[in-house]
Ligand binder design. Structure first.
Ligand SMILES: Cc1cc2nc3c(=O)[nH]c(=O)nc-3n(C[C@H](O)[C@H](O)[C@H](O)COP(=O)(O)OP(=O)(O)OC[C@H]3O[C@@H](n4cnc5c(N)ncnc54)[C@H](O)[C@@H]3O)c2cc1C
Length: 437
């Protein structure tokens, strides 16, 4: 049995393959072909949907998490696909390097994070997949393919950057890095309306700006992270534990449990949590600022909308919650991401605002997420590939200008649908028929 991090998606694959080398990946794919079974690669299971589940074989690269090469002067690192972002960050720090931007946890594998266009926040900064210089894949027929930004035919590279696990097994990745840097992080509170009105300004004035807002409140819990010169000044272990574990996790968990048991109390609880959030400052190594600890289990949907619609989307979601009487004990998170060019990147071709909605584990999420999705549909939203949504290939295709180019590469690299599962059946549709010359 395989389960995702949230524990609410599972599958019972016919076999779990744990290769330790490219040669073993090839043999595992041969076994799948001989058995006539489909195969999915799972990373750390940090996607909220069944995207990594398999109705055939499942492969994990937990034995392929090595750093293969570091080019410090050129700012490049080559790693195996199964390395976690946490291990990658530690290895980069040893060489005086860092990732330019990261999401808010670091448990994901590098290949898994790339596959779904995992992102952090920063109006001028792109997602992790945009840092990919080249990807090394093993295809369904066991052949090996390297796709790189410098390829004359860039389509396979632009398709493979955000491929939702559907082109092949990513065995290694070469990433662009930057010299290690220190961030000064400030968590504060601000009136929501003012924060929304000045969103562009906050995005322009800070390297990384984001905010949370608990439903049933009108206060933004802002988080700004900016580069500073000088050394990291890590918090003491006890302060770190109080702030990151006790308050952010255990207290939130207790409040979520109370809210789940008595939903009418949720608006009041959210106002208390917001007041308790307070103001915090910390100066530390960049990856230690980006990555937070998430001990409370939840599920999530996240949409990228054109940047100019971000504030409207937030206002409409909060109004919807009040109008429909939803009782939501988890905050909405708002982030800014620069545009990129991967065919299936939700920010392809447009600077975007990401709006994420969550519910606590064990609470009904479908009616809330469906209603929010309707708003995102009206604002030309594109869903995060690793999070929950109800779209299908038919509803997604018009949102991606290069959808057909992605499907053409998919048909070339996986013509028999070895890397298909029920999720890709829904969100990517069938493999296109090969185009005759
Ligand atoms: C607590 C939490 C916080 C999160 N924070 C953020 C955030 O800040 N920003 C954000 O954008 N997302 C965030 N996410 C979502 C997460 O980053 C993505 O869902 C990511 O894809 C998970 O990576 P994974 O290694 O767990 O891959 P999985 O979830 O296991 O798999 C994801 C996809 O990658 C494919 N895949 C994995 N490995 C390979 C491989 N070697 N070759 C080919 N395909 C492969 C799988 O087939 C699947 O399609 C968060 C999730 C959680 C649970």
């Amino acid at each position: 049995m395989w389960r995702n991090w949230a524990g609410d998606e599972s599958c019972r694959p016919t076999a779990i393959e744990r290769p330790g080398s490219v040669a073993e990946v090839v043999v595992a794919l041969e076994r799948a072909a001989t058995a006539g079974e489909r195969l999915r690669v799972a990373g750390s299971g940090h996607s909220f949907s069944d995207v990594a589940c398999s109705d055939g074989r499942l492969m994990t690269l937990e034995r392929m998490g090595r750093v293969l090469d570091v080019d410090r002067a050129g700012g490049r690192v080559r790693v195996e696909g199964g390395i976690t972002l946490n291990a990658l960050n530690a290895a980069l720090a040893e060489h005086g390097l860092a990732m330019e931007n990261l999401g808010d946890v670091d448990a994901q594998t590098v290949a898994g994070a790339i596959a779904t266009a995992t992102h952090g926040t920063g109006a001028r900064l792109r997602n992790i997949s945009a840092q990919v210089e080249s990807l090394e894949l093993v295809l369904a027929d066991g052949s090996q393919l390297t796709v790189a930004a410098s390829d004359a035919d860039a389509d396979p590279y632009l398709a493979a950057r955000v491929a939702v696990g559907s082109l092949g097994v990513v065995t290694a990745v070469t990433l662009r890095c930057v010299p290690a840097f220190t961030l000064h992080g400030v968590d504060a509170q601000a009136p929501l309306e003012e924060t929304l009105d000045r969103l562009e300004e906050h995005g322009a004035a800070n390297d990384h700006f984001e905010f949370y807002v608990f439903p049933h409140t009108r206060t933004a819990l802002t988080r700004t992270n900016n580069r500073v010169d000088g050394p990291a000044r890590p918090r003491s272990r006890s302060r770190e534990w109080v702030e990151d574990v006790l308050v952010t996790n255990h207290l939130l968990h207790a409040f979520c449990l109370a809210g789940r048991a008595a939903p009418p109390l949720i608006p009041r609880i959210n106002r208390v949590v917001t007041r308790l959030a307070g103001t915090h400052e910390v100066t530390d190594r960049s990856d230690r600022i980006f990555a937070t600890r998430r001990l409370v289990r939840f599920t999530e949907m996240e949409y990228a909308v054109p940047r100019e619609h971000t504030a409207t989307a937030v206002r409409r979601v909060l109004d919807l919650i009040d109008e429909r009487g939803f009782r939501i004990p988890f905050p909405i998170e708002v982030r800014l991401v620069a545009q990129d060019d991967a065919f299936l990147s939700p920010v392809q071709g447009r600077p975007s605002g990401y709006i994420a909605v969550h519910t606590f584990k064990g609470m009904e999420w479908r009616p809330y997420f469906r209603a929010v999705e309707q708003i995102m549909d009206e604002l030309d939203g594109r869903p995060h590939w690793g999070k929950r949504h109800f779209q299908t290939a038919a509803t997604l295709r018009p949102r991606y200008p290069d959808w057909d180019r992605f499907q053409a590469v998919r048909a070339r690299l996986d013509p028999d649908g070895r890397f298909v599962n029920m999720h890709t059946d829904r969100v990517l549709g069938p493999i296109a028929a090969p185009v005759s010359a």
